[in-house]
Design a protein around this ligand. Structure first.
Ligand code: URA
Ligand code: CA
Length: 434
């Protein structure tokens, strides 16, 4: 087979066979096919697309490019959750302990923040001593014993995605639905869970800007999951404004703990009840979504989910006391209130803009090697639809020094759109795709 022939075949709109796709994935992973040919191929895919069969073949070839985890020896339903990436998204830290405390085995591999989006691994490192890198053997042991693991993806899991994602990032080919589907689903399939729940973000703070695109991505991932024999559900959720109030690593950990203590409600809790409800139903543990919701709320009321978070933190080397006493988590030296210059209604809170503010405060990565300041970020006090009078606190900025706080203040103010009239309400949960 000649790579140049496969590039021209896709360029001209042809359909690739399973063998041809495997040739490309294996050849690239092994280093036999150079970046420039794969770049051209990715661009051809970007413009011509892949049909469902091709997407499935690509997903399978990527899944099989390295090790896969076999969780079948662990009793019970094994579930995994994935978000397409947003701002202020602390869902995993709330949802995973809720489900684990109900007996679902949660085996989750997470990533780090890049650009304006946060990553669960960075957030977890707010717990003093916490280890995100654990060997496969310990991973399996902790899933069985504790009922939950959140760890970094090891180098030998889906190596094809690591190379392809890095290449897409610099060749303008990230935003292609079949390439996103194969990237996400190959990792989820390699990680071995039986039930996969996907949170597909839609709006200014995410990859998919319109409900139609988010729907297409959700539907394709669900189909590919099902064709691979996994119970897969996707929920399309709003990411025009950040999720919850806190944006920033340790600030989001504190928000997650407050939610598990029953001290915080709102869209973060709502999302956890919806995603969790989908998992419990798919796992055969609840008859209806309503029944599932009360089971999940019960884990907050009886303290079981918080206790599970503590057990998990300890099992991965972190200080469990820091779950009880959040003053042990990183905190920023400069805390400043941002006040509303005018009155009216909050018409928009720009998730992407707020993500950028946190990045510039030092809370994110500009390159893969950047150091992250876990303590910085912002906590919103007003959300879309809220009424404000001049001088009301819109947000609280947490910064490393006054200079950073000054810059953040000006930029953060631009993220709030205040108008005379209340905005039309938008649905937070847009769609459930099964
Ligand atoms: N997240 C992924 O893991 N891959 C993509 O392609 C996009 C988002
Ligand atoms: Ca948040």
């Amino acid at each position: 087979m000649l790579m140049s022939e496969l590039i021209t075949k896709k360029r001209d709109g042809g359909k690739l066979t399973a063998g041809e796709i495997k040739f490309i994935v294996d050849g690239y992973t092994a280093g036999d096919i150079p970046d420039y040919q794969v770049s051209a191929f990715l661009m051809a895919v970007f413009f011509r697309g892949l049909d469902r069969e091709e997407t499935l073949h690509l997903t399978m070839a990527m899944r099989d490019s390295g090790d896969t985890l076999d969780l079948s020896g662990i009793p019970g339903v094994k579930a995994d959750k994935h978000s397409t990436g947003g701002v202020g998204d602390t869902t995993s830290l709330v949802l995973v302990p809720m489900l684990a405390s109900l007996g679902v085995k949660m085996a989750k591999m997470s990533g780090r923040g890049l650009g304006h989006t946060g990553g669960t691994l960075d957030k977890l490192e707010s717990f003093p001593g916490f280890q995100t890198g654990i060997p496969h053997e310990r991973f399996m042991e902790n899933v069985a014993k504790v009922g939950m693991v959140i760890a970094g993806q090891t180098a030998d899991l889906d190596p094809a995605d690591k190379k392809l994602y890095a290449l897409r990032d610099v060749t303008g080919t990230v935003n292609s639905i079949p390439l996103i589907v194969s990237s996400i689903m190959s990792k989820k399939l390699a990680a071995g869970a039986d039930v996969i729940v996907l949170d597909v973000k839609c709006g200014k703070g995410s990859f998919m800007k319109t409900p139609a695109d988010a729907h297409e991505l959700a539907a394709e991932m669900v189909e590919i999951g099902k064709l691979s024999g996994k119970r897969t559900i996707a929920v399309v959720t709003d990411m025009d404004q950040p999720l919850g109030n806190a944006v920033g690593n340790a600030l989001e950990v504190k928000e997650a703990i407050a939610t598990l203590k029953g001290e915080s409600a709102g869209d973060l809790l709502e999302l956890c009840l919806t995603l969790g409800g989908c998992v419990l139903k798919a796992a055969g543990m609840a008859e209806t979504v309503d029944a599932a919701r009360s089971m999940l709320l019960g884990t907050v009321e009886n303290g079981a989910a918080l206790a599970k978070l503590k057990e998990f933190v300890a099992a991965q080397g972190g200080d469990p006391q820091s779950v009880e006493d959040v003053s042990l988590l990183p905190s920023a030296p400069v805390v400043r209130q941002l006040r509303a210059p005018e009155g009216g209604y909050i018409r928009a809170v720009d998730a992407l803009g707020i993500g950028m503010v946190c990045l510039k405060l030092g809370g994110g990565r500009t390159t893969k090697e950047s150091d992250v300041d876990l303590s910085v970020g912002a906590v919103l006090q007003k959300r879309v639809g809220d009424k404000v009078t001049p001088g009301d606190v819109l947000a609280v900025i947490h910064a490393s020094d006054e200079t950073h706080a000054d810059a953040a203040e000006a930029e953060l103010l631009r993220c709030f759109t205040i108008g005379r009239e209340a905005p039309a309400p938008v649905a937070f949960i847009k769609e459930i795709v099964e």
